[in-house]
Design a protein around this ligand. Structure first.
Ligand SMILES: [Zn+2]
Length: 144
């Protein structure tokens, strides 16, 4: 199931039929109809039109507000877990920093609930802050 849609592709000044909107967002026409029936996308409909015409500006506003409402920002020390579908802390003993080159690094750690490896990408300039945020200091390469 697709969880986010690219509503930035919807043009504000254009009208859309259910079929053209579905094709633009890469969803089935029934998905757009379900949004209309259940989610107040009806404010975007030009009344009494056949076929149903949706106003691009209102579809775009509805879609971006919907996406924003679904966001789950991580608190300090949390990384989003795609398996748990919520921000989680990492196990302190699994904390690891991997730096593949001069310009980027990755904080790795296991989810405290499901053991999935979580990644947080960052900059070497923020390394000290990331170490303070995510756990006890460990060497980059445990084998060394
Ligand atoms: Zn998890």
């Amino acid at each position: 199931m697709k969880r986010s849609y690219d509503f930035h592709r919807v043009r504000s000044h254009r009208p859309y039929t259910i079929a053209t909107l579905a094709a633009l967002l890469g969803v089935d026409k029934r998905t757009v109809r379900r949004w209309i029936e259940s989610d107040r996308l009806d404010v975007a409909i030009v009344e009494h039109s056949r076929p149903v015409i949706l106003l691009g500006s209102k579809v775009k506003a509805w879609g971006t507000a919907r996406q924003r409402a679904k966001k789950q920002p991580c608190a300090y020390g949390e990384i989003y877990c795609v398996r748990c579908k919520t921000p989680r802390r990492i196990k302190p003993d699994s904390f690891l920093i991997v730096q593949p080159n001069q310009s980027k690094l990755t904080v790795k750690g296991e989810c405290c609930r499901c053991d999935l490896t979580l990644n947080r990408f960052g900059s070497p300039a923020n390394r000290a802050a990331l170490e303070a945020e995510f756990g006890p200091k460990r060497p980059d390469n445990p084998a060394a």
